[in-house]
Design a protein around this ligand. Structure first.
Ligand code: GDP
Ligand code: MN
Length: 380
């Protein structure tokens, strides 16, 4: 789960990492009030789950309340890499002498958190990594050993940061960032830029924060930070119903049980000359209600033109799935053609149930390939 800058900064603040004081605003009027409260120059920042906001014009300096209101009006509604700006973070503007970069990511290959630090921050870090890799210090932390002061010493010496006062502050922030990363079950905590002010103070001016979805149950406060409006309606419905859903860009809605079967279904749809619009995984033991929920999610996607249901009964019983299909068809008035392939546990009984009810848009096919061909054919 990705967090907005202001949410990430709130977590940074809890762990002692210095950030600027700010306010959230969703209207130009609120931006004005925020600017009045903060006083002086402020920076109006688009809150979207995408980087490069500065380059896209989503970050503007404002001299006072009038300008803050104007900037807010200009930035709200802006499209940044496909994300529409609906929230603004207004913070007290900082004077910047230098821009550094500090991050912690989880390196799955090494199974360890990885620190990265460079004095060439502010810009695209990929660019630094590609053209001047020697300027980017990389250092793994052994999770059993945890953070040790020598980690920060290595990072600052590796990039040649010589000012003792800055070294000291970076070391404190690195320790706090590690604590924050572990305590929040983060996958990424990135500060770009980590600024140095003319007074020599080191502070986080941006935040990119990703929390491991599988650990959210331990962090109800972070889970609550999720902005449901940032997701398309069918993804929202999928979350609410606990359906595993992935959006793709073709026309065939795909429903299967088990990730492996779903993946091969996508391949077979491709083989038949079509493309999947999305897929839902019913998982093992999917009962009738699971099928109804998944069909609701799939049909909420406007790109879907036909639905392919591919079930191999193991723990899942095909008669249960058939009941779910019939229940969904009777409740929901689904107009799309639904192509069903059932095999495995209780498949005969499932097929019999479907054949007996036989809604006109329901097609039962004997094999996966036949079903995929029919689904692609009926898209047209
Ligand atoms: P990003 O473009 O999405 O990474 O957004 P950032 O929060 O990193 O801001 C982009 C750039 O805007 C920074 O690298 C700074 O140069 C500039 N910026 C952001 N906040 C301030 C501020 O308070 N004062 C000044 N002078 N510049 C700022
Ligand atoms: Mn940034």
């Amino acid at each position: 789960m990705d967090l907005y800058e202001y949410q990430g900064k709130e977590l940074f603040r809890r762990f002692g990492i210095p950030v600027s004081e700010g306010r959230l605003a969703t209207t130009p009027a609120e931006a004005r009030v925020a600017s009045e409260e903060l006083g002086g120059q402020v920076v109006v920042k688009a809150q979207v789950l995408a980087g490069g906001r500065g380059k896209a014009g989503g970050i503007k300096l404002a001299g006072g309340p009038d300008e803050a209101e104007e900037c807010a009006a200009a930035i709200l509604g802006m499209d940044i890499s496909g994300h529409v700006v609906r929230r603004l973070w207004i913070e007290r503007a900082s004077d910047i002498t230098r821009e550094y970069y500090l991050s912690l990511t989880f390196d799955r290959g090494e199974k360890k958190p990885l620190f990265m630090f460079t004095t060439e921050g502010g810009v695209d870090i990929e660019e630094v990594a590609a053209s001047r890799p020697e300027r980017l210090a990389r250092l793994h932390v052994d999770p059993l050993e945890g953070y040790q002061p020598w980690h920060a010493r290595r990072l600052v010496f590796d990039v040649g940061l010589e000012d003792p006062a800055e070294q000291k502050q970076v070391a404190v922030i690195a320790a706090q960032l590690y604590e924050c990363f572990v305590a929040c079950d983060a996958m990424l905590c990135e500060i770009n830029p980590l600024i140095v002010t003319p007074e020599g103070e080191v502070r986080a001016l941006d935040s990119k924060f990703t929390v491991d979805d599988n650990a959210l149950f331990r962090h109800p406060d972070i889970a609550d930070m999720r902005d449901l409006e940032a997701y398309p309606p069918e993804e929202r419905a999928a979350r609410a119903k606990d359906v595993t859903y992935v959006k793709l860009d073709g026309e065939v809605g795909v429903l299967g049980n088990g990730a492996g079967l779903v993946m091969s279904t996508l391949d077979v749809v491709g083989l038949a000359g079509g493309r999947a619009a999305n897929f839902c995984d019913l998982g093992g033991g999917g009962g009738a209600q699971g099928v109804v929920d998944a069909l609701e999610v799939i049909t909420a996607d406007p790109q879907v033109r036909s639905i392919l249901l591919n079930v191999f009964g193991g723990i899942t019983r095909c008669d249960e799935v058939a009941r779910g299909i019939l229940q969904a068809v009777s409740q929901m008035a689904i107009e799309h053609p639904i192509i069903v392939r059932l095999d495995g546990t209780n498949a005969d009984e499932g097929r019999r149930l479907l054949a007996g009810a036989a809604p006109p848009n329901l097609h039962v096919e004997p094999t996966m390939l036949d079903a995929a061909r029919r689904a692609v054919e009926l898209v047209a």
